[in-house]
Design a protein around this ligand. Structure first.
Ligand code: BGP
Length: 466
C-alpha cells in the first residue's frame, strides 16, 4: 500500500524566465533577468546581451506544446510554472494589460488541462519588470503593492476557471539575500541595511496577503500558498552558542512563514530590527490585510546548512550561505545533499503551523552527458539524479508516516532550463535533456533521459516503486 495520499500531486516545476525565452516578443517588456547575464554573483548589464542564456531559454514560449506533451507522458498531475509579469504588464505600472501575453498563458494552461495536469502558478518568480526596478527600486517602494495588486487581479480574473493553485512570491525569504533577483531592488546589496530589506519584505508580505484576499474573493475555490526556501539549519556543534546562532538565523526565515500563516509579525522581529535601530513602517490597514492567511505552505528544498558562533569557512549555500556540514556530501555546485533534512523540515514546519505543505522544488543540478544508446536513441544515463530523487522521496514517505499533511511534490527543472543562481545551461535538473549549450549552440531538440521512465514509474505506482 502506498504511503502517499491517493490524490497526491506529482509533477515538476519551471519558471517563465528560465525557460520561455522570447524575451521581447508579443509585447513583452524587459524583466530584471534580462540584465543579469551571469547569475547572482555576476555583474549586471545595461541592456540585454547575447551572452544571457535566458533571452532564448529553452524556447519554451514556442515549443510548450511539445514540452507539455512530454511531461504528460510521465503522468504529471501538476505542472508548476510562473507567469512573467512583464508579458502581462510590460513596464509593470501600466493600467491596461498586454492581451498577447494573457493569451499565451491561456493557451499554456489549456494545454496542461488537455492532459489532466493542474497548473500551479507562481505569480512572481524572480522576474520583476525592469522598469519597476529602475524607476522605483523594486519592492523597496510601497507603490509596488498597487502595481502587483493590479497584476494579480488581472490574472486571477482571467484564469479563474483554469488555475486553482497559486503561489504569491517565489522563495520570498530570499529578498534578504539576493535583493535584485528576488525583490527587483536596484540599489546594490552592500548599500542596504537589514532594516531596508525587511521594509521591502514588508511590502511583499502585504502584497501577498492582499493577493490571498483578492484571490479568495474572485474564486473561493482558489488554493493560495506562500513559497519559501526551506533549509534546515543545524548547529555545527552542541555548543549552546552555536545553537543560539542557529536560532537567530532561523528567525530570519521563519518570520516569512509566521506572517503568512499566523497573520501577524512574531515578537522576535523587533529584536532583529533593533540591531540597526528603527522599525518596519506600517500604514493604517496593513495589520488588517496581513490577517488574510494562506491556504498552504510551499517550499523549495535542496540542502541543509550549519551555523556556528565562530567565524568558520562559509559553504556555497543556495542563496543563504551557511557553514559546511562534515557529515554530508555536496553536489558539483557545493550544495550539501541531505535527504533526511527533508523529513526533518517537513515535520518541523507541520508541527509549527498544522497547515498543508507542498514541496514545489527539489532536485539535483548536474553536468549531463548526452550519449547514444543501443537502440540508436540519444539519452543521458543520469543514475545519480535518480538516486538523489529516490532518497528524497523515501524521506517524504517517512514524513507522511509521521503524520505530515503533504499536498504534492514537483521536482525542480523537470525539463532542462537556465540556472537561476549561475545563469548556466550546463547545470541541468531535467528528466528531459535540451540540446542547448552555454555558448548558445545546440539544436534545441529534446531527449528523454534515463530518469524519465523512472519518474513515470514512480508516479504510476504513487511513490511505491522507487
Ligand atoms: C531556486 C529557484 C529556482 C531554481 C532553483 C535551482 O532558488 O526558485 O528558480 O533555479 O533554486 O537553483 P539554480 O538554478 O541556481 O541551480
Amino acid at each position: 500500500m502506498s504511503k502517499f495520499p491517493k490524490d497526491f500531486l506529482w509533477g515538476g516545476a519551471v519558471a517563465a524566465n528560465q525557460c520561455e525565452g522570447a524575451y521581447n516578443e508579443d509585447g513583452k517588456g524587459l524583466s530584471i533577468q534580462d540584465i543579469i547575464p551571469h547569475g547572482i554573483k555576476g555583474p549586471i548589464s545595461e541592456e540585454p546581451t547575447s551572452d544571457n542564456m535566458k533571452l532564448v531559454g529553452i524556447d519554451f514560449y514556442h515549443r510548450y506544446k511539445e514540452d507539455i506533451k512530454l511531461l504528460a507522458g510521465m503522468g504529471f498531475k501538476v505542472f508548476r510554472t510562473s507567469i512573467a509579469w512583464s508579458r502581462i504588464f510590460p513596464k509593470g505600472d501600466e493600467k491596461e494589460p498586454n492581451e498577447k501575453g494573457l493569451q499565451f498563458y491561456d493557451d499554456l494552461f489549456d494545454e496542461c488541462r488537455k492532459y489532466g495536469m493542474e497548473p500551479l502558478v507562481t505569480i512572481s518568480h524572480y522576474e520583476t519588470p525592469l522598469h519597476l526596478a529602475k524607476e522605483y527600486d523594486g519592492w523597496r517602494s510601497r507603490k509596488l503593492i498597487g502595481f502587483y495588486e493590479n497584476y494579480v487581479r488581472t490574472i486571477f480574473t482571467r484564469y479563474k476557471d483554469k488555475v486553482k493553485y497559486w503561489l504569491t512570491f517565489n522563495e520570498i525569504n530570499s529578498v534578504l539575500h539576493a535583493p535584485l533577483m528576488s525583490g527587483g531592488i536596484y540599489t546594490p546589496k552592500e548599500e542596504l541595511t537589514i532594516n531596508d530589506l525587511l521594509q521591502a519584505a514588508h511590502h511583499e508580505l502585504v502584497a501577498s496577503a492582499l493577493a490571498t484576499k483578492i484571490g479568495h474573493e474572485i474564486n473561493p475555490e482558489f488554493k493560495i500558498g506562500c513559497m519559501v526556501i526551506a533549509m534546515p539549519i543545524y548547529p555545527l556543534t552542541p555548543n549552546p552558542d552555536d545553537v543560539i546562532k542557529m536560532m537567530e538565523s532561523d528567525h530570519e526565515n521563519l518570520l516569512f512563514t509566521d506572517v503568512h500563516v499566523r497573520g501577524k509579525y512574531p515578537n522576535y522581529v523587533k529584536r532583529i530590527l533593533s540591531k540597526m535601530g528603527g522599525e518596519i513602517k506600517m500604514e493604517p490597514g496593513d495589520e488588517e490585510i496581513l490577517k488574510n492567511t494562506v491556504d498552504f505552505i510551499s517550499f523549495s528544498y535542496y540542502m541543509s546548512i550549519c551555523e556556528s558562533a565562530k567565524p568558520a569557512a562559509k559553504g556555497e549555500g543556495n542563496l543563504l550561505g551557511g557553514v559546511a556540514n562534515p557529515h554530508l556530501e555536496s553536489s558539483d555546485w557545493g550544495w550539501q545533499i541531505d535527504p533526511k533534512g527533508l523529513r526533518y523540515v517537513l515535520n518541523t514546519m507541520y508541527d509549527r503551523y498544522q497547515k498543508p505543505l507542498f514541496i514545489v522544488e527539489n532536485g539535483l543540478g548536474a553536468v549531463d552527458q548526452l550519449i547514444t544508446d543501443e537502440n540508436g536513441n540519444k539519452t543521458v544515463d543520469d543514475t545519480y539524479r535518480i538516486n538523489y530523487l529516490k532518497k528524497h522521496i523515501e524521506q517524504i514517505a517517512e514524513a507522511i508516516e509521521d503524520g505530515v499533511e503533504l499536498m504534492g511534490y514537483t521536482t525542480w527543472g523537470c525539463i532542462d532550463l537556465v540556472s537561476a543562481s549561475t545563469a548556466e545551461l550546463k547545470k541541468r535538473y531535467g528528466f528531459i535533456y535540451v540540446d542547448r549549450n552555454d555558448d548558445g549552440s545546440g539544436s534545441l531538440e529534446r531527449y528523454k533521459k534515463k530518469s524519465y521512465d523512472w519518474y513515470k514509474k514512480v508516479i504510476e505506482s504513487n511513490g511505491e516503486d522507487l
